[in-house]
Design a protein around this ligand. Structure first.
Ligand SMILES: [Zn+2]
Length: 92
């Protein structure tokens, strides 16, 4: 009796690139847990935040911390409130 030939199916590999998102929470379906969620936004300092802080430091070192306290000077990152998956960041 011959053994059944082993069928190997290869699925194409999709690498999901983070897409530019709005800077505020919005409704979407989470690709990780498939729940319809309103995204949770965390603000992270990026190169622009550090650049603004450096400029302010040159002008007046007492206000250099301001960009780190203002969300509009930081990059908004969207997360799923259900599973915590990273969903992308807003264009900043
Ligand atoms: Zn999720």
């Amino acid at each position: 009796m011959e053994p059944h030939p082993k069928v190997v199916t290869s699925q194409p590999l999709f690498i999901q690139k983070p897409e530019p998102l709005p800077p505020v929470p919005y409704q979407r379906i989470c690709p990780s847990c498939d729940h319809q969620v309103v995204t949770k936004v965390d603000y992270h300092p990026n190169a622009k935040t550090h650049f603004i802080a450096t400029l302010l430091c040159c002008a007046c070192c007492f206000i250099a911390w301001v960009p780190y306290c203002r969300n509009d000077c930081k990059e908004p990152h969207h997360f799923c409130p259900q599973c915590g998956a990273y969903l992308g960041h807003a264009a900043y």
